[in-house]
Design a protein around this ligand. Structure first.
Ligand SMILES: *Cc1c(COP(=O)(O)O)cnc(C)c1O
Length: 396
C-alpha cells in the first residue's frame, strides 16, 4: 500500500520546483512563485480523478474530518453515528467538534452495517460518519439511501480508500463530504496531508475558509481579505502538496500492482475453504491495499496470526487486539481522558462508552486477519509468502 515505496525523481522534481521559488505557502506571493501553485494543481487533479466538483487540501486526514464536520454544520451536542473499527482519529474528530459519537455495528465488509444502522438512527442523529476501511467499501449505496430517507448528513472517511470505487464511482463521493489522508502509510503519501471533497459550492467555500482562519480568499491582499466565519489553521504546505501531486500521477500504477498481488492471494485462498475472504460489495472497486480474511473462530484466528508471524510472514494485522483501530482497546477514549474539558462532558445524557457492547462487531473482528499488500513485492517475494501462508493455512 504505502506510496513511499515508489518515491523517485518525480517527487524530487516537484519539490525542487517549489524550493526554487522559495514560496512554501499555498496562498499569495504571486510574483515570486513563478506560476507554481502545487496545492491548487493537486486539488484540480484530485477533483478530476475522483469525478467531483470541489477539493480542498489540508494538513492531515484528521484535519479533513474536522473540516468536513464543520462545513456540514456538525458541532456541539450533535449526534454522529460511527463504526467501532476505524483509526481512532475518526472518533477524536467528532469529539473535538463538540459532537457526540454514537457507535453502531460493522458487518463482514469490515465497515458500518446498514442493517444495524437502521436501528441506531434516531431523531437526535445529525450525521453518519462511515469509514471505508482497509482499502474497500462499506455497503455505501444502502447507507446513503438510509441517510437520505432520514435526512441526515453523510460524511465518508475514505482516508484508507484512495482510488477505490463502488460500481465505478469513487469512494468519498457518495455523501455530503469525503475525507482523504496522505499520511506516511497511506496509498498516496506526502508526509502529512489530507483532503476534503464535495459537490456543493457552499460547503467547499466553508471548508476552504475554515481551514484558513476564515479567510474568504477574495482580492490580492491577505491582510484585507474578509473573515465571514472563524476558523483555524489546517493548511497544507506547498512542499507536501508537491510530493502529493507526483504521487497522484502514480495512483493507477499503484492500483494495478496491488490488484495483481491481491488476485494471486485470492487464488491461493481458494484451496482453503475454511478461510473466507472479506465481503466486498464491488470486488472490482477494491483498491487492494489489504488482503483480509476470516478464520472460522477467534481461537483459530489467534493461532493463525501467531503462526504467520513465527514463519516471518510480516505485515499481518490482528485488529481485534490493535490499540488504535478497534474500540476494545480505546480505554482512553471511553474514559474521555482528555487534557482539558470537552463539550461532551457538559452534555447529559450521553452514551455509556464504558459499557459499550458491540457483539456482532466483536464476533467479526475476532476472526479477521488483514495482510498489507506491498507495492515493492517481487513475483518471487509473493510466491515465497504464499508458500508460507499455505503451510499455515493447511493447519486450520
Ligand atoms: C489515517 C486515517 C485517518 C487520519 O489521517 P491522518 O492523515 O493520519 O491524520 C483517519 N481515518 C482513517 C480511517 C485513517 O486510516
Amino acid at each position: 500500500m504505502p506510496g513511499f515505496e515508489r518515491f523517485d525523481d518525480a517527487e524530487r522534481k516537484e519539490v525542487q520546483e517549489v524550493l526554487e521559488t522559495g514560496v512554501l505557502f499555498r496562498y499569495g506571493f504571486d510574483a515570486a512563485r513563478k506560476g507554481r501553485w502545487k496545492a491548487l494543481e493537486f486539488e484540480k487533479a484530485l477533483s478530476a480523478r475522483l469525478g467531483v466538483q470541489y477539493c480542498h487540501l489540508c494538513s492531515s486526514g484528521t484535519a479533513a474530518l474536522s473540516i468536513a464536520l464543520a462545513a456540514c454544520g456538525i458541532g456541539a451536542g450533535d449526534e454522529v453515528i460511527v463504526p467501532p473499527f476505524t483509526f481512532v482519529a475518526t472518533i477524536e474528530a467528532v469529539l473535538l467538534a463538540g459532537a457526540i459519537p454514537v457507535f453502531t455495528e460493522i458487518d463482514e465488509t469490515l465497515c458500518m452495517d446498514p442493517d444495524a444502522l437502521k436501528h441506531v438512527l434516531s431523531p437526535r442523529t445529525k450525521a453518519v460518519l462511515v469509514v471505508h476501511m482497509c482499502g474497500a467499501m462499506a455497503r455505501i449505496d444502502e447507507i446513503a439511501a438510509l441517510c437520505r430517507e432520514h435526512e441526515v448528513i453523510l460524511i465518508e472517511d475514505a482516508c484508507q480508500a484512495m482510488g477505490a470505487t463502488f460500481h465505478g464511482k469513487a469512494l468519498g463521493t457518495f455523501g455530503h463530504m469525503g475525507c482523504f489522508s496522505f499520511d506516511p502509510v497511506k496509498t498516496l503519501t506526502c508526509g502529512e496531508g489530507g483532503a476534503v471533497v464535495c459537490d456543493d459550492e457552499n460547503r467547499y467555500l466553508t471548508a476552504a475558509r475554515y481551514a484558513d482562519h476564515g479567510h474568504d480568499h477574495r482580492g490580492g491582499d491577505r491582510g484585507l481579505e474578509g473573515h465571514p466565519i472563524m476558523g483555524t489553521n489546517f493548511r497544507i504546505s506547498e512542499l507536501n502538496a508537491a510530493v502529493g501531486l507526483a504521487q497522484l500521477r502514480k495512483l493507477d500504477a499503484f492500483l494495478k500492482t496491488q490488484r495483481a498481488h491481491k488476485g494471486k492471494l485470492m487464488d491461493m485462498l481458494r484451496a482453503f475453504p475454511k478461510i473466507t475472504p472479506r465481503r466486498i460489495p464491488d470486488e472490482a472497486g477494491d483498491s487492494a491495499t489489504f488482503f483480509s480474511f476470516f478464520l472460522p473462530d477467534e481461537t483459530s484466528a489467534r493461532t493463525t496470526a501467531a503462526a504467520l508471524s513465527r514463519k516471518g510472514v510480516d505485515s499481518c494485522f490482528y485488529w481485534y487486539d490493535n490499540n488504535w483501530h478497534y474500540h476494545r482497546q480505546w480505554d482512553h477514549l471511553k474514559g474521555l481522558r482528555s487534557p482539558a474539558r470537552l463539550p461532551i462532558m457538559l452534555s447529559a445524557p450521553r452514551p455509556d462508552y464504558q459499557g459499550l457492547r458491540l457483539p456482532q462487531s466483536d464476533r467479526i473482528m475476532g476472526r479477521t486477519i488483514s495482510m498489507l499488500i506491498k507495492l515493492s513485492w517481487s513475483d518471487d517475494d509473493l510466491k515465497k509468502r504464499m508458500d508460507l501462508m499455505a503451510e499455515v493455512f493447511s493447519q486450520v
